[in-house]
Design a binder for this molecule. Sequence first.
Ligand code: UDP
Length: 446
Amino acid sequence: MDRLMRIAFLSEHASPVALLGGADAGGQNVYVDEVSRNLARRGYAVDVFTRRDSSDAPEIIDWAPGVRVVNLKAGPPKPRPKDELWPFMSQFRDSFLRFMVRDEARYDLLHGNFWMSGWVVTELRQRLDIPAVQIFHATGKTKRRHQKKVDTSPGDRIKTELRIVRNVDRLIAQCPAEQAELINDYEADPAKVVVIPSAVNTQVFKPVSQAEARKRLGLEQEGRIIVYVGRMLPRKDIRNIVRALALLAQQEEKGTDSTLPQATLMVVGGETVEPDPEATPEIGELQRLAAELGVSERVRFIGKRQANELRYYYCAGDVAVTTPWYEPFGLTPLEGMACGRAVIGSAVGGITYTIKDGETGLLVPPRNPEALAASLRELLSQPERCKQMGQAARKRVEREFTWSIVAMRTAALYETVLAERRHESLPVDTTPLSIVSLPKVPESNP
Ligand code: UDP
């Protein structure tokens, strides 16, 4: 690199500053945080643009060396569900342009996250002639396919995604399943789609002995613990895990399996630190289901926790489980693996790529408590096998799924895109900053 490359990362609802675990703060926030920091370590200057969701939030935060978070005005400065943010996206775009002019900020490349920022990125690409890379994190067609009528995405979503696919320089898919989806469902040019799997922070998520983890959390040393960590949403299908637990409990009671020790389920995630069914309705649903199936005493709700504490929860468990209906990538299986735990995951999306079935954990069909109960029984009754899987899992993560690898591949992608631009002799914007004029933008919402 001859000079410092400046990257604008746009992520309207998912800020690296947010606390994780609630309905709209999960994997995308982690991605934006880790990729921006790791790109900065490679010598890029990254500004992360996100929506200002509190009147106390400063406009610019020096977040990490080489990374700033810029809170842009777009709609009221208070939390709003992400599916209500679409009408504010033209304002987000205009605030970005104003910021660029006012701060004399110039960017070599735009990196859009999620479909709404993707729309903003295509607008900016056209107006400023800056190349753009897009990662969706989740797509509207898959969401609609699985959630059907309960999908609260705005009606414009899929149409807008199709337009983004046509109008950016490259698309990042997080796994081969997403690559196929972009090509088959969105008619993306295969040459434009690059697979860059996401990762886990192996310094934060690392093994600690089960005894130590349980002691630290004040948990009993005896008994098997199944751990779920993640957002508390119906599509994550934690109900499936409760149902599987109830099947295991039935078998214990009938005495049909003397090798099976008592197992409990620990559920980490939600809107609040103290588990609260009012703030997190899914907790209420799970409590009702557990009561109905007679396993209330075996299900423990923890509430949301932050990354630095999560390794103790993963490590207190014997096995980590996640069985969503669908999963664009899924960071939590990797986190469990990085903590040296066997992980059972549903055979969907990115999970089929991260878990090596039979080596680092087991894959099960989604929406199938019987299959999950059988896999749980298999692992919980073989602690030595479980341990070996956990060790293999940690090794796999260290080899293939670190954020520095993601940043290296992302940087290579940026360089390819920038080289293409130079080759096409469409110079990366060299206009003196003082004369970058604010393009006229319509007042109406998109
Ligand atoms: N998470 C967290 N605290 C919680 C629950 C979840 O920090 O209480 C984090 C979790 O560790 C993971 C992210 O939220 O990093 C969830 O990402 P994933 O890709 O698994 O699912 P998504 O939220 O993107 O659907």
